[in-house]
Design a protein around this ligand. Structure first.
Ligand code: HEC
Length: 100
């Protein structure tokens, strides 16, 4: 019975859709990235400001500016280029924009 259930034709499977959904985390992807990479200085809510880190809830930087900041770093802010993929940097930057 199990074998019969799995025998649908492979040509009928929607190519891209299945592979992406399988690995997608339940929460916002940027949230987990922020917790592991950014919260240590910026705090889970973006307000900590350790070692002169700026309060992200008060930052005027837009998505582009934040992506640049995270990619290249500045002063005490480390560069995440090479540690995070460009896609992850986009995700963590857009998550930081949701912090209030
Ligand atoms: C080692 C501590 C540290 C970590 C980790 C860190 N930051 Fe920062 N961040 C800083 C510091 C310090 C500044 C201020 C830099 C300056 O202006 O000289 C800053 C500034 C920023 C700014 C600019 C805010 C503004 O308007 O001036 C953004 C956006 C930002 N960080 C996002 C992030 C994100 C997203 C992460 C995680 C991927 C992260 N940071 C990880 C220390 C850190």
């Amino acid at each position: 019975m199990l074998l019969a259930a799995c025998s649908s034709s492979p040509t009928e499977a929607p190519a891209g859709a299945a592979s992406g959904a399988a690995t997608a985390p339940a929460e916002l992807p940027g949230q987990a990235l922020f917790a592991t990479n950014c919260a240590i200085c910026h705090g889970p809510d973006g307000k900590r400001g350790l070692n002169g880190a700026h309060d992200l809830t008060k930052s005027n930087l837009n998505q582009m500016g934040r992506v640049y900041m995270v990619t290249n770093g500045l002063g005490q802010m480390p560069a995440f280029k090479g540690q995070l993929t460009p896609e992850q940097i986009e995700q963590v930057a857009s998550y930081s924009l949701t912090l209030k």
